[in-house]
Design a protein around this ligand. Structure first.
Ligand code: AMP
Length: 112
């Protein structure tokens, strides 16, 4: 299901012509607009879920992680960090679930 006022739903729908690094029936991955590392890619489901806690379909959870593998294999990124912010307090700013993939530089071991 799509949510009308959701930017990531629109991206997943192809409304902005965003380049997808990978696309399957269920997920897409694209580059972050404001990259925090040389490689900063977001993996999202095409359907709308506000956050990871809303996904009850374990197949979809697996497909999102499979998306991480597909993206990193495709771009040849062997070392990377994945982040899923859930809720405002945790730093979530776009309320359509997404997995950040960050890499291409030395990342500090911080959880701040
Ligand atoms: P979060 O803070 O975990 O919700 O992450 C949201 C991410 O989405 C941020 O890293 C933003 O830079 C990124 N972002 C917001 N709007 C867009 C957009 N239109 N295209 C690509 N990335 C976006």
């Amino acid at each position: 299901m799509k949510k009308d006022d959701c930017i990531f739903c629109k991206i997943a729908n192809g409304d902005f012509g965003t380049e997808f690094i990978i696309e399957t029936n269920d997920i897409v991955a694209f580059r972050d607009l404001n990259p925090q590392a040389p490689e900063h890619i977001l993996v999202i489901p095409k359907d709308h879920y506000d956050n990871i806690s809303q996904i009850t379909d374990t197949n979809l959870l697996g497909k999102l992680l499979e998306g991480v593998q597909k993206v990193t294999q495709k771009i040849g990124l062997k070392e990377f960090r994945t982040v899923i912010n859930t809720g405002k307090q945790a730093g979530q700013s776009v309320f359509h679930v997404h997995i950040h993939i960050l890499g291409g530089k030395e990342l500090k071991p911080t959880f701040d």
